[in-house]
Design a binder for this molecule. Structure first.
Ligand SMILES: [Zn+2]
Length: 345
C-alpha cells in the first residue's frame, strides 16, 4: 500500500505538467498510454479519446466502474483586438478572477506556440483609475502576447486564429510540508489515484473482487465525460474526483472526502455507507460532505440511464478551479480507499 501511495504522489506532478483541455487531450492521454504500457497493461481508446482499462476480478459476471477525468479547464481564442490583444472564452468553469495575471500558451492549429499573460485591457495602476473597481469579465481581460504585435493583423500573421486552444500555466510546486500547489489538481489527483490502483493490482497477487473498469474520461469539465461505452452489467460506478473545500464544508486537505450529495442529487445511500464502512474498517481518515455547486462523471454516467449505484470520493482540493492545492495525506487516503474499495464485496 505504501508503494501505491508513493506512486500516486510521484506521478501527479508529471500529470499536472502535461497539457490537456476538454476537447483537446491528446498529450495527456498519450502520457497515460505510456504509463500503462510501462505497467504492461492493455488500454482501450474510445473514439472520443478517453481510455478504458479492464482488470479481471474474482467474479466477472458484473462490472465495477471507476472513473476519473484527465481533461482540465482552459480557454479558446474568441477574437483578436485592434491593439494586438487576444480575447478568449473559457472552456469549462474558468472565471476571470481565477486567471488574471496567469501566464498562458496559445497553440495554433498548425502547432505553433506563443506565450502571453492574461491581464486587464488597460492594466497599469498608474494609468487606469478604475482598475481596482472594475468587475472582471472576458471583455475587459485578454491575453497580452509576448510578441511585437500592435494590431489584429499582426496577430493573424503569427498564425493565431479563432478556436486556438490556450493553456494556463499549471505552476506546479511540491512543498517540503507535503502540499502540491497547482492548477488542474481537479481531477489529475484522482487520475493519479486510479493509475496507482491499476499499478497495484498489476504487480500484487491481490485480485479485484469484481471485474473492474478504469475509465479515464476526457470531457468531464464540459459535462459529457463518462457517458459512452458503459457496460450494461455495470452495477457500481464510482467517480474519484476532488472534494470541495470552503466555508461551511466538512471536507479538508488531510482526509478523503466522500460525497453524500452534489448538485445532481444524492449519491446512492447503500454504496456511500459501504464506502464509509471501508474507510472506518481500514482507519482511512475521511469526511462525508455535501458539495453545493458540483457535478461529476458519476452523475453524467447515471444520466445515460444505466442501472447502477453511484458514488464519489476524492482528495480535498482547496481553491477549486483556481490555483488549487492538495496535501499528501488526502491523496494517500484517496489512493488507499480506491484500492480497498476495489477489493471489497
Ligand atoms: Zn473534476
Amino acid at each position: 500500500m505504501k508503494k501505491a501511495k508513493d506512486y500516486a504522489w510521484k506521478v501527479l506532478p508529471e500529470l499536472l505538467n502535461t497539457e490537456g483541455i476538454s476537447g483537446n487531450c491528446g498529450k495527456i492521454v498519450a502520457l497515460m498510454e505510456k504509463k500503462l504500457k510501462e505497467f504492461k497493461v492493455k488500454a482501450e481508446k474510445t473514439n472520443k479519446g478517453g481510455l478504458i482499462v479492464k482488470l479481471k476480478g474474482k467474479d466477472n459476471s458484473k462490472v465495477r466502474l471507476m472513473t476519473a477525468h484527465v481533461d482540465t479547464l482552459g480557454a479558446m481564442v474568441k477574437k483578436t483586438g485592434g491593439d494586438g490583444r487576444v480575447f478568449i472564452v473559457p472552456v469549462g468553469g474558468v472565471y476571470p478572477y481565477s486567471i488574471e495575471g496567469e501566464y498562458v500558451t496559445i497553440e495554433t492549429a498548425a502547432g505553433k506556440r506563443y506565450r502571453g499573460t492574461v491581464v486587464h485591457n488597460n492594466p497599469s495602476a498608474h494609468v487606469n483609475a478604475t482598475l481596482s473597481k472594475e468587475e472582471r469579465n472576458f471583455d475587459n481581460i485578454s491575453i497580452r502576447l509576448d510578441e511585437k504585435v500592435k494590431s489584429a493583423d499582426d496577430v493573424k500573421k503569427l498564425g493565431i486564429s479563432v478556436g486556438d486552444y490556450c493553456y494556463f500555466d499549471p505552476r506546479v510546486e511540491v512543498t517540503k510540508s507535503g502540499f502540491i500547489k497547482s492548477r488542474h489538481l481537479d481531477d489529475k489527483a484522482g487520475v493519479a489515484a486510479l493509475l496507482s490502483a491499476i499499478d497495484y493490482f498489476n504487480r500484487s497477487k491481490e485480485v479485484p473482487e469484481y471485474e473492474t473498469w478504469f475509465y479515464i474520461s476526457v470531457a468531464e469539465e464540459v459535462g459529457n465525460g463518462t457517458v459512452s461505452k458503459l457496460p450494461q452489467n455495470c452495477f457500481e460506478i464510482v467517480a474519484v474526483d476532488m472534494g470541495a473545500l470552503g466555508y461551511g464544508q466538512t471536507s479538508d486537505e488531510f482526509t478523503v472526502s466522500i460525497c453524500a450529495k452534489d448538485s445532481s442529487g444524492p449519491f446512492d445511500y447503500e454504496l456511500r455507507k459501504k464506502i464509509v464502512g471501508i474507510a472506518e474498517k481500514n482507519k482511512i481518515p475521511y469526511k462525508v460532505d455535501i458539495y453545493p455547486m458540483y457535478g461529476s462523471d458519476a452523475a453524467a454516467a447515471l444520466r445515460t440511464g444505466i442501472d447502477a449505484k453511484h458514488a464519489l470520493f476524492g482528495p480535498g482540493v482547496d481553491a477549486s478551479h483556481s490555483y488549487e492545492r492538495v496535501h499528501r495525506d488526502s491523496l494517500d487516503a484517496t489512493t488507499e480507499l480506491t484500492i480497498r474499495y476495489i477489493l471489497s464485496k
